[in-house]
Design a protein around this ligand. Structure first.
Ligand code: KE4
Length: 427
């Protein structure tokens, strides 16, 4: 595949940007080679600067749930931009977005917008600590909640990909109140609460972790976390930056029927523009400035263009049978990939949940980070490049989830599975 223009651009990028990228996972360091540069995108396809067309399963890490350059999102952004790009004073879009989130998400009575998922998670943690007057937070290894200091501990996504789950530059004092436990381990949570009685402000968790690949909560696990936090006066925080408005219109909390105290969002609610949000019970959210003592702010929070794009995304999702479509596409992809791997005699654990998925090259089931780490990453690298050369772009790391959109068709999935079948045979 000709990538001459991408290589030229990457050489130039390396002169001015650390690693040539503005976010580490884009650098292809986990799979080798250099990233391609996108010229344009539409539907489920990317077109790189060398004219290669790719079926996209990264979808800018989740936001493009309706596919790229959706006409309703483009029109909404253009219309909003004609009136100005930012005001630093309330605008009507913020009210519409807040109302939509509160209407769609079971656990949210009030919501505050931010500019990224990192800000949303960082702020939710601060709010939980302020509301409970406790300092300790439980997170789970392999889960990624953005790059705020106290959460960069055994984190997933790019941190895990580069073997830096505990980043340099984070003083021990900043993480001393962060307790990291294995995901899906009931006893570990019980023991942590017993050993830190009345000190735990909350648990933050990706209800379906998508930053160490993808694995699912064991039956009863989320219900257990809901009960044990309530019984200890701690808050349950669902990080739905990835799962929100994707696994159901009300996110994982609707799909699994669990109501957390706080929820974090991002991605889909920005329609591809910079966004984050956190919300929950009004009595907790009202602890935020200007009402309460917990400070949180942002120059561009509730930016009219990001709000317009997110509202258009949510409206289009609500107006169609998008979630049925996404479920069917996810099932078709999972069945096809499992059959192709089996036929080629390649050990693959293909985990999926709705329109999120991950294939691990291992013969044992993957229920947590330790299982995911058993995956054969050399095989993953070969598979990734074989698929890329075949016109299919998967997440450039074993420790990332893939995504489907309503723009993917059964024919796209069939082509993907056929390409995988031929690549599996070369591994
Ligand atoms: P951002 O700060 O990147 O907007 O959101 C952080 C975040 C928080 N919580 C979850 C569950 C997330 O998945 C993310 C960000 N996701 C990664 C993809 N694994 C973003 C990709 C990147 O870092 O470039």
């Amino acid at each position: 595949m000709n990538r001459a223009q991408s290589e030229k651009l990457f050489a130039e990028a390396l002169k001015y940007i650390p690693g040539g990228v503005n976010s580490p996972v884009r650098a292809f360091r986990a799979v080798g080679g250099n990233p391609f540069f996108v010229n344009s995108a539409g539907g489920c396809k990317l077109r790189d600067v060398d004219g290669n067309e790719l079926i996209d399963y990264v979808l800018t890490w989740g936001p493009a749930i309706l596919g790229h350059a959706h006409p309703k999102i483009i029109a909404a952004v253009k219309a909003a931009a004609d009136h100005g790009t930012s005001f630093g004073i309330p605008n009507p879009y913020e009210v519409t977005m807040a109302r939509m989130i509160c209407e769609l998400v079971p656990g949210v009575q009030k919501v505050r917008m931010t500019n990224s998922g990192t800000e949303a998670c960082m702020s939710a943690i601060r709010l939980a600590r302020g509301f409970t007057r406790r300092d300790k937070i439980i997170k789970f290894d392999g889960c990624y909640h953005g790059h705020a200091d106290s959460l960069l501990v055994r984190a997933g996504s790019g941190a895990l990909t580069f073997g830096q789950p505990d980043s340099a530059g984070v003083p021990a004092a900043f993480t001393q109140h962060t307790i990291v436990l294995p995901y899906n381990d009931f006893e570990a949570v019980t023991a942590a609460f017993a050993a830190n009685r009345d000190q735990i402000a909350g648990i933050i968790i990706e209800p379906v972790p998508g930053n160490a690949g993808l694995y699912l909560p064991r039956p009863g696990y989320l219900e257990f976390l809901r009960e044990i936090t309530a019984s200890h006066g701690a808050l349950l925080i669902f990080d739905e930056v990835m799962t929100g408005f994707r696994l159901a219109s009300g996110g994982a909390q609707e799909r699994f029927k669990i109501t957390p105290d706080l929820s974090c969002f991002g991605k889909v609610i920005g329609g591809g523009l910079p966004v984050g949000a956190f919300g929950g019970r009004a009595e907790i959210m009202d602890y935020l400035a200007p009402l309460g003592p917990v400070y949180q702010a942002g120059t561009l929070s509730g930016n009219p263009l990001a709000m317009a794009a997110g509202i258009a995304n949510l409206e289009a999702l609500r107006a169609t049978n998008a979630y049925d479509q996404l479920e069917k596409l996810g099932e078709q992809l999972a069945a096809g990939m499992r059959a192709a791997a089996k036929a080629a005699g390649v050990a693959v654990q293909f985990n999926s949940c709705g329109s999120m998925f991950c294939g691990y090259f291992t013969d044992s089931p993957v229920h947590n980070l330790a299982d995911a780490m058993k995956s054969d990453r050399e095989r993953f690298k070969k598979f990734f490049h074989g698929m890329l050369d075949g016109g299919v772009y998967l997440a450039p790391s074993q420790f990332e989830s893939g995504f489907l959109s309503t723009a993917h068709t059964a024919a796209d999935i069939e082509k993907t599975v056929q390409t995988a079948a031929s690549v599996f045979r070369t591994l």
